[in-house]
Design a protein around this ligand. Sequence first.
Ligand SMILES: Nc1nc2c(ncn2[C@@H]2O[C@H](COP(=O)(O)OP(=O)(O)OP(=O)(O)O)[C@@H](O)[C@H]2O)c(=O)[nH]1
Ligand SMILES: [Mg+2]
Ligand SMILES: [Zn+2]
Length: 317
Amino acid sequence: MLLDGTVFRGESGNYSVRVRGGTQVYVVRLRGNLKKDLEYSTSGSRPRRVMRTRKRCTTDPVAVGDTVTFDPNTKTIERVAARRSELARTSPSGHEQHVLVANLDNVFVTCSAANPQPDFWLLDRFLVASEAADLVAQIIVNKMDLAVDADETRREFEVYERVGYRVHFVSAKAGEGIDGLTRELMGRISAFAGPSGVGKSSLLNTIQPGLKLKTGVVGEITHKGRHTTTTAELIPIAFDADTWVADTPGLRQMHFWEVDKAEIEYCFPEFDLLIGQCQFGNCTHQTEPGCGVRDAVRQGAINQRRYESYVQIVNGV
Ligand SMILES: Nc1nc2c(ncn2[C@@H]2O[C@H](COP(=O)(O)OP(=O)(O)OP(=O)(O)O)[C@@H](O)[C@H]2O)c(=O)[nH]1
Ligand SMILES: [Mg+2]
Ligand SMILES: [Zn+2]
């Protein structure tokens, strides 16, 4: 009898798997000759003119987040299911790809209303990285209990709502907005990204008190990033056995997220329909005449600061 399960940890070829709806953990290995048979497919959700040709089958044929079919008696993986998404990084040599997390459904880019103040430039970088990996990003604005003017904070994020991002205004401390977030997590694999101190661990502890993740004081130097492991691990959220949160310091801080320069324009949803309207096919939307994107900025259809964010990211500033 074969079983299907989710890989939540991988260490030197030993993969820890949990079967949907169950709590038992199986530690399994790849069947010896399986590597060459493996086939993955990812389906990008966004229309792109630049299609990536991804090098397949790389350092690690199985990543956390993969759904595998395995034999519980021989403890071998017989099949790896096609992936919905891949968050990958290229090896230092540039030839191989290392998949950090497969099948990530949601990235919650987290910031806080105060302490620290929202950094919209950084937020844009996180959103671009998520779009580039074809991941669905949602925004969390935590610490709404500290907002001096809650309406003003909400207004500041309207530009993101207009271009299609879902924004959750919450407070881990006051327990506000947590139900809506919990609903978004159910039955999915999610990651919480964002700068230190915005309350990612606090939010997870509020959602799932059993987790007891360590939280820190803002401004305290924890050196957490020093011994960053490159493999992610999925943490089960116990209210539903198929609900997971991916966690590594690198994932949170985006050290490993890669964006191809030619793709950046497609990572701004508000540019999407305009890109085809530029006079030059290879328009970078900076100095070229007849640029549909800059026209839209002038007319106010594209937010000026978001456009400047694009220019900064594309120029590697
Ligand atoms: N007032 C208030 N404080 C909060 C809230 N959420 C978190 N905090 C505080 O903010 C500080 C940082 O919270 P953490 O959960 O450790 O932040 P983090 O995003 O996990 O930080 P890193 O793990 O360093 O990336 C802690 O002192 C929390 O108690 C909130 O909703 N309101
Ligand atoms: Mg934390
Ligand atoms: Zn243009």
